[in-house]
Write a protein that binds this ligand. Sequence first.
Ligand SMILES: [Zn+2]
Length: 503
Amino acid sequence: MKRALFLGSLLATGLVPATAAAQAFTYDPVGQLVSGSGTGREDQQVYAPGMRFPIENGPAFANSQVYGHGGYLGPGGGQCDEGNYSYPWQDNYCETRQWDMPLCPAGNGHQGQDIRPGTCDDNTHWGVATTDGVITNVGSYSVYLTADDGTRYDFLHMSNVQVSVGQEVKRGDRLGYVSNEFGGTATTIHLHFNIRQSVQGLGSVYVPPYTSLISAYQKLIDAPATGALESAACGGIRGWAFDPSDPEVSPTVTLRFGVDGTAEEQTVLADSPRDDLCENLGFCDRGFTPGAPLSLFDGRSYSVQAFVDGAQLDGDDVTLACEAPELEGVLRSLGSGDAAEDAAGAWRLSRFWDAPPAGEVEDQVASLSEGEDWPQTPSLVQDDLGNLYLDEGDLLRPLDLATARAWRLEPAMAGTFNPEVPIGAPLPLRPVLLEKDGELFVLDKPLRAGTGSGGANGVDDDGVDPGTIDDGCSCRTAAAPRSNAPAWLWVLGLVGLARRRRR
Ligand SMILES: [Zn+2]
């Protein structure tokens, strides 16, 4: 059953030739190199137990580039030869090279392991972080990731590198595409992967990566994540995901939205708390509840699928079909040009998630009035009771945890509450990003106490609020009334709740 799920999902992503998907994973013994390519190291030690496999999805094929098909000392054929994209894996640590390698029988050799991704396609497969850590070097085609324990993981021949030196990354974060970059002359499409560790008596050296890779790869392919895409509605998407091979970590879920033979993929983190998951999984924070992507509110019907590490989550025939949203409220400018893009970035706003199709809402946007400029960066504060507010400087805007999540704001970063600052209308339940004449705007509800009007959620209830009510979590508190807040604010909030419940 697990196997069937795994294969099905890979075929669905179109990344894998059927022959490769049909193979069972096998590998030659550690230290057994291609005949005539040098002497390997027969060492069963797993130097990096628990590391994640360095390529995002399986299958992957560890074997020699130089001595394989398409290599200059290989048996002929091109690099895309099926033989290169087949099991068994072959060790090529210590393969004949001139690098000083104290752990190799010859005293020199190849420093790591070459790994081909699932298909012979350039710029398609992601190299990902094997562990939480810090990026300690980025070259023109290389990335070094150093873990807290000092182990360094090297990724070579990558393109489109996504990280910079000093950046902290999480296990599974995308570092760059597996490619054939090699300075000037291209190599074959593969990831050259090293593990560097301190070894007693030798200092920091390249250790054999093959056994660690086998262990990580078996976890990747044998224990696919479980979970479900439960629903996709205009009010929000809902599901959960759990990775048994990495239970402590909230999985990254890839959501795929398909229409007319094309698909858009976006990732979300399954880290929303849900009571029902606590009992079943032993972990509460494995839900995902993003708002529906406003850019798809064009009246068409999109198929929606969810994947973790290439394994599809349960949930067949989930579709999302939403008409253009009805926009109510005021436009608040983020500016234009680079400044607006920077501000949108600081707010973690996304054209995919937050911006309805321009052509569908053009007339509505033209008719909306403009308010004050939107703050260039978000700032949260929290009072003694734990209530959250967006700090606009001269006004505090209440929001609950679900709304903070919808706005991608981090409650943990909240600053100190100042009771002198007046309280304004609650923040809209989700961000809406609009564009007019090259200027970017956030859609807000009427701002100041006294200017509010009924139901002012910024966006009409017809579908755009993120479904914050029935997400099954009692761990979240709605923003409770503060004694000095005008009563009408809370009445409005309750009206909003009642209206949503009715549907
Ligand atoms: Zn190599």
